[in-house]
Design a protein. Structure first.
Length: 441
């Protein structure tokens, strides 16, 4: 059985290729500094967007043409596994990610749901034996079912808290069974709609209790995956507790969880929070909390999570700069939490969209490495902060001064000499590097 019969294995053909079904820039063995592309670009396919979603939106029903959709129930779930592994192999992608309900339908109770999961996890495990594609992360969907209307671990209902715990417990077992590198907690409905009926303190305390119990259970069963928090500021709730990296980091420190988690940073979530993608990556990196990435992009004209495939080379360059400076993503990767547009409904579009995303990040990696080799930002920053390398500046950073000495210094100043920040010139320099990469220089 084949689900993508018109598509052959996607190969690297170089920048001048006119074959739409070929990589123009993503060449896994190509060197990026002292590593190769495949070390930095640990791409993942998001099961939900690629095999489960049908293209429906609040105003229209599904548009996607998917040959597996002729099946229903468990037969559909099994057909999706077959399609998924054909897709992974043809794309030659190293990882995939899923939520529990992406891979197996919910039953009428938790026993049945877990039984369905066991069947599909067993099937996935068999397929993984003959596949190069590994599990980057899995997670529990604790937000779609109506029982999560008031949240999951932050629900006002203790029964829902328990139900959510049971689903994560199962998720950790599944992650262990399939050798997941990471386990993700995206807040889902962990937030609130209105303060008027919300006990914020209890909800946040409970969320922390939930995470601690998750950490303990993973340890108990010997599942050593990296735990990841995925911040998002809004949608579905008006106020999400994991608003952005800074908020999430403060939460983790407040509840003594910081040693057990890193962040999974999604580009479109960053922009919804009023940040750039690279801001979130930087915040995590400088605090040693950068774990993994949900690679996508938003639409700046719209105020919600559009989950588009990343095609913005400029943004990918600045993101890859952070990732390379981080020494890579360790056990993390670049998961395409991205969906083809509703109007891109043919199965071929799934390949074209992933090729676009992978090539975009490959260019980004090449340009970022060149910027690092040439110390473009390092020289700018070293020069801009050089006042802290001598005299009073050195005293400040070495902690050998105080307000008395600083006042004496200020009183003795005849004039303060400042230099331009040169922002426009810096941006033009980045353009030059991007264009040179396209020209193959
Ligand atoms: C939602 C989102 C999720 C997480 C996993 O915006 O990004 O799909 O990545 O639950
Ligand atoms: Co995501």
């Amino acid at each position: 059985m084949t689900y993508f019969k018109n598509i052959n294995a996607i190969k690297y053909e170089g920048a001048n290729s006119t074959n739409p079904f070929a990589y123009k820039f993503y060449n896994p063995e190509e060197k990026i500094g002292d590593k190769s592309m495949k070390d930095y670009l640990r791409f993942g396919v998001a099961y939900w967007h690629t095999f489960t979603m049908d293209g429906s939106d609040p105003f229209g029903s599904g548009t996607m043409l998917r040959s597996w959709d002729k099946y229903t129930g468990m037969d559909l779930a099994k057909a999706r596994v077959e399609a998924a592994f054909e897709f992974f192999e043809k794309l030659n992608v190293p990882f995939f990610c899923f939520h529990d309900i992406d891979i197996a339908p919910e039953g009428s109770n938790l026993h049945e749901t877990n039984k369905n999961l066991d069947t599909i996890v067993g099937m996935i495990k068999e397929y993984m034996k003959d596949s190069q594609t590994k599990l980057l992360w899995n997670t529990a969907n604790n937000f779609t079912n109506p029982r999560f209307v008031h949240g999951a671990a932050s629900s006002n209902s203790a029964d829902v808290f328990a139900y959510s715990a049971a689903k994560v417990k199962k998720g950790l077992e599944v992650g262990k069974e399939l050798g997941a590198e990471n386990y993700v907690f995206w807040g889902g409905r962990e937030g609130y709609e209105s303060l008027l009926n919300t006990d914020m303190k209890l909800e946040m305390d409970n969320l922390a209790r939930f995470y601690h119990m998750g950490v303990d259970y993973a340890k108990e069963i010997g599942f050593d995956a990296q735990f990841l928090i995925e911040p998002k500021p809004k949608e579905p709730t008006t106020h999400q507790y994991d608003f952005d990296v800074a908020t999430g980091f403060a939460f983790l420190q407040n509840y003594n969880l910081q040693d057990h988690f890193k962040f999974n940073i999604e580009a479109n979530h960053a922009t919804l929070a009023g940040h750039t993608f690279e801001h979130e990556l930087r915040y995590a990196r400088i605090n040693n909390m950068l774990g993994s990435v949900d690679a996508n992009q938003g639409n700046p004209l719209l105020g919600w999570d559009t989950d588009e495939f990343p095609t913005d080379v400029y943004s990918a360059t600045l993101a890859m700069y952070e990732i390379i400076k981080n020494g890579g993503l360790g056990r993390g990767g670049l998961n395409f939490d991205a969906k083809v547009r509703r109007s891109s409904f043919e199965p071929e579009d799934l390949f074209l969209a992933h090729i676009a995303g992978m090539d975009t990040f490959a260019v980004g990696a090449k340009v970022a490495q060149k910027l690092i080799d040439d110390k473009v930002f390092e020289d700018i920053v070293d020069n801009r902060y050089k006042s802290y390398t001598e005299g009073i500046g050195l005293d400040i950073v070495e902690g050998t001064t105080d307000f008395h000495k600083l006042e004496a210094h200020a009183l003795g100043l005849a004039d303060v000499k400042l230099a331009s920040g040169r922002i426009e010139h810096i941006k033009a320099t980045i353009n030059q590097y991007v264009l040179k990469a396209y020209a193959g220089e």
